[in-house]
Design a protein around this ligand. Structure first.
Ligand SMILES: O=C(O)c1cc(=O)[nH]c(=O)n1[C@@H]1O[C@H](COP(=O)(O)O)[C@@H](O)[C@H]1O
Length: 249
């Protein structure tokens, strides 16, 4: 199999480095050498490795999504967004369930960091809608939100847009509805991506990489199908090839 890596497509694959420590994360980065994908650092790795590892990835030239899903009082989130922006990450997130005042505070924190350092690039600030591990039944009966998951997700997307955010995290199943509500330039970052035949784990609302990219997802987030593969490099290249075949734009 040939692996002609398109830079633009590869960047739209966000590989989730869900590892307990920096050593294991570095092994995966070694495997991915030369593949210009985006890297996600989530809470498991960040809480053990800290901001230095984010700086290390940036020094290696990666685009970095720092996924800390902030959800707190506005003043605290403002401070968090300020610190995250100063780290020089490319994408970071908050929970839309924190509401408009909280999301606006995140924008303020980001803007005040950008105002003090002209070398910082503007990150894409996005809001988590309904986690892709949440089913319709759990959302209705356990969490107590009525209506369909799609309605809840679109509602959160509208709130995020009103608050000045650049996009949302959602399932690839919800991308077209969000684009209808918020426009095609409002970013959709989609976990809940599983190559055909791979283990779903705890994900509930999923599509394949080809379906997700054909449906207009701006970024696909993939963790275990890569980190748990016997050959993570091959798994990554196969996902990028599938994306390349199905991409519309
Ligand atoms: O914000 C996220 O990245 C996120 C939101 C969401 O709704 N669902 C979701 O799975 N994620 C993250 O996306 C990654 C998906 O990983 P896998 O299920 O292993 O492919 C994990 O790092 C999750 O923390």
């Amino acid at each position: 199999m040939t692996h002609s890596i398109s830079q633009a497509i590869a960047k739209r694959l966000i590989v989730a480095l869900d590892y307990p420590n920096v050593e294991e994360a570095r092994v995966l980065i070694e495997h991915l050498q030369g593949i210009p994908c985006t890297i996600k650092v989530g809470m498991q790795l960040f809480y053990s490795a800290g901001p230095d590892f984010v700086r290390e990835l940036k020094a290696k030239g990666y685009s970095v999504f720092l996924d800390l899903k902030m959800h707190d009082i506005p003043n605290t989130v403002k401070g968090g967004a300020n610190s995250i922006t100063r780290l020089g990450v490319d994408i970071f997130n908050v929970h839309a369930a924190g509401g408009v005042q909280m999301m606006k505070a995140a924008v303020e924190g980001m803007e005040s960091a950008l105002a003090t350092d002209s070398n910082l690039a503007r990150p894409l600030l996005i809001a988590v809608t309904q986690l892709t591990s949440t089913s319709q039944q759990v959302m209705n009966q356990e969490i107590g939100i009525q209506g369909t998951v799609e309605e809840a997700v679109v509602h959160y997307a509208r709130l995020a847009q009103q608050s000045g955010l650049g996009g949302v995290v959602c399932s690839p199943l919800e991308v077209s509805m969000i684009q209808q509500a918020c426009g095609t330039s409002f970013a959709t970052v989609t976990p809940g991506v599983r190559p055909a035949g791979s283990d779903l784990g705890d994900q509930k609302r999923i599509l394949t990489p080809g379906e997700a990219i054909a449906g207009g997802s701006h970024y696909l987030v993939v963790g275990r199908p890569i980190t748990g593969a016997n050959d993570p490099r091959e798994a990554t290249q196969q996902i990028i090839e599938e994306m390349s075949v199905h991409v519309n734009n």
